[in-house]
Design a binder for this molecule. Sequence first.
Ligand code: PLP
Length: 382
Amino acid sequence: MKIETKFIHSGQKPDPSTGAIMTPIYQTSTFYQEIPGKHNGFEYARTGNPTRHALEKNLAGIESGKFGVCFGSGLSAISAVISMLKPGDEVIASSDLYGGTNRLFNQFFAKYNIIFHYTDFEKSEDFEKLINSKTKLVWIETPTNPLMNIIDIKKVSFWLKKYSKINFAVDNTFATPYLQNPLEIGADIVVHSATKYLGGHSDCILGAVVCNKKTISEKLYFIQNSIGAVPGPMDCFLVLRGIKTLHVRMKQHSYNCKKIFDFLSKHEKISKVYWPGDKSLKTYKIAKKQMKDFGGMISFVLKTEKTKKINNFFKSLKIFTLAESLGGVESLVCHPSTMTHAALDKDERDKLGIKNNFIRVSVGIECFEDLIEDLRQSLSKI
Ligand SMILES: *Cc1c(COP(=O)(O)O)cnc(C)c1O
């Protein structure tokens, strides 16, 4: 079955009790048992809920995995993966990460003596230097947030072939399963903030992990039930509904984003644009091979560093909304240094180039001409 069909049908059947075509929102905390232990597959909604179950099966299908496990947010999904480790274990992660992931690793899990190392995954020598007998997990994002760096998933999985004890996890939030399927090219674990493109309408918070190995899935279901960071049935319903149009949205997000790149990259008030489809990048070839298209995320740097001028830009926008998050049908702009990446220390941010004049855009699926006009008029106010 092709991916577009999977988005709509994977893991979903008409509801057995009523024939409803759409999986109902099973808003219940507990389930009837005829005699102790005899029930219809569900006992208590933390352990399992039919709406969540349908979403978990759908997610497994669309990521080419066997097992889907849902959590109350992207970060609780990431926590669940790190919770598979024990104190003393080590993780090698990509240096450019979502701010919340960075905070979770360095300010939360570090306290439990999980050790995190960072590298750019360009040269195998740099990576190999960080490996030892305690290394249990490799964690990457591609494209990265907010610098849109591309890591070659196939290359990293090739490096990992000789280390059977190291699991390879990819945060696939930015690309989505429409643009790339990490499990098909060597990853063991895929993580999503379904809050973003999978939900697609900025109306719920949800996270997911997908994997193929039974041993990993058993650990994750145990953690899901033990920690209890599960999403409610309404949010599961919203994400199931969102996924049905993922391919249609991603095509438009990608198309609009390319148009915006063409506009921004020629603009006199902008010094740099970050977009994986930029042909001048040395990672362009990898992005082209690894992804079906380049997605809807783009970042840029204004030439000015004057806060007043930068604020004028934000204030003048009429269609773009200044807000955290991404992946919805509506276009958003974000100021990573004070918003998504505020948890990083300033030196670290400066080193990455995420300064006051760095702006991230989540390009929506409005008419691109309106979006460009909005950027043009607000850039003229600087
Ligand atoms: C938003 C985001 C997360 C965190 O997800 P939440 O649903 O907000 O908890 C993790 N990774 C990436 C790449 C994100 O964009």
